[in-house]
Design a protein around this ligand. Structure first.
Ligand code: UDP
Length: 345
């Protein structure tokens, strides 16, 4: 059985979906601070329609070591795929305490419970934010790590802890450093659902004449003046985690970038959304957003060499699935609203 922390969130839920598709039993641990119980319910329904896998859900925080110990005693966990974290760069600058407490203390508590209960495999969700402002692109895994915000600092600190635990206690790990994750699973079981939405594709999709899309900065030193990022589909990303779990059984620990190796500008993504969905999105050019590097692109050779993984889903399909999800989300939110009203009455 696989333990997925943060499995009620965007990336964790898609990882759960991929493990389920591959026939694994999954237990999701999530404190629902940013994740959603509706997503857990939808994953459960999806699993029942698949191969009848066992899906368990524990509503707890990774800092709650008694909940973790109980979980490890009652479930035979073979490996942990660890997503649970706060991940908003701006928020981390304003409220570093929240990030150090949730991300670092949560991860240390999880690692300690794993060691105490003899669980020795982890797949960890890290980020290209640990590289900071790049010295060169594409960024390979040997690029110096100099994060420029507390979010990146906390992820780097957890990478250090995992490596030290590996040396001392025989933990085996895959650390993934993600680039920009977009899209949704084709069945729309899950998708991006953040109370504060900061990401590019959902913000383009949410725009209308009352809420014009803000493009942050068109004066960067790039081909069209807007920032360049490496946009990777969430199901491609999820598949890498399942592959990493299988890989860890017989191989050594490793650190791998997950991206497509291709850079696209904000204007290019904006144009791709308009073209793919045949829509016109109202746009205004705004000043730069603080802390945005001009260009982040992954070197993906190691993912291919070590795991035999490379991205498959074209950006147009990610956009289509993200759009289908946005529509689904409106109905889910409608149901959630009705449920809350009924609970209130
Ligand atoms: N972006 C934008 N408008 C938005 C959200 C994002 O212009 O409403 C730009 C942002 O400045 C960056 C790129 O889109 O250049 C990707 O931002 P996102 O927040 O999706 O990911 P990040 O690279 O910050 O992790």
């Amino acid at each position: 059985m696989i333990l997925i922390t943060g499995g009620a969130g965007y990336i964790g839920s898609h990882s759960a979906i991929d493990f389920i598709k591959e026939g694994y039993d999954v237990v999701i641990l999530d404190n629902l601070s940013t994740g959603h119980i509706e997503i857990v319910d939808r994953i459960r329904a999806f699993a029942e329609n698949q191969k009848g896998n066992l899906i368990d859900f524990i509503n707890a925080d990774t800092r709650d070591s008694s909940a973790l110990n109980a979980l490890f005693k009652t479930h035979k966990i073979d490996a942990v795929v660890h997503f649970a974290a706060n991940s908003l760069v701006n928020e981390s600058v304003m409220n570093p305490r929240k990030y150090y407490e949730n991300n670092i203390l949560g991860s240390i508590s999880l690692l300690n419970s794993m060691m105490d209960n003899g669980v020795k495999k982890i797949v960890f969700s890290s980020t290209c934010a640990t590289y900071g402002e790049p010295d060169y692109v594409p960024i390979d895994e040997k690029h110096p790590q100099k994060p420029v915000n507390p979010y990146g600092n906390t992820k780097l600190a957890i990478e250090f802890a995992i490596k030290d635990y590996a040396k001392a206690y025989g933990l085996k790990y895959t650390i993934f450093r993600y680039f920009n994750v977009i899209g949704a699973d084709e069945d729309c079981v899950s998708g991006e659902w953040h109370d504060i939405e900061t990401h590019l594709v959902p913000n383009i999709l949410k725009a209308d004449k009352n809420k014009v899309f803000s493009l942050f900065g068109d004066d960067y030193d790039t081909k069209d003046g807007t920032c360049i990022r490496d946009y990777i589909d969430v199901m491609d990303l999820a598949r890498a985690h399942t592959m990493a779990y299988k890989y860890l059984d017989e191989n050594e620990s490793t650190i791998i970038n997950l991206g497509t190796g291709e850079g696209q500008s904000v204007k290019e993504i904006f144009a791709a959304v308009e073209k793919t969905l045949e829509i016109k999105v109202p746009l205004k050019i705004c000043p730069r957003r603080a802390g945005d590097p001009a260009k982040l692109i992954a070197e993906t050779q190691k993912a291919e060499d070590v795991l035999g993984w490379s991205s498959r889903v074209p950006v147009e399909i990610s956009i289509k699935n993200a759009c289908l999800w946005e529509k689904k989300l409106k109905t889910i939110k409608g149901i959630e609203y009705i449920n809350k009203q009924e609970a209130h009455n």
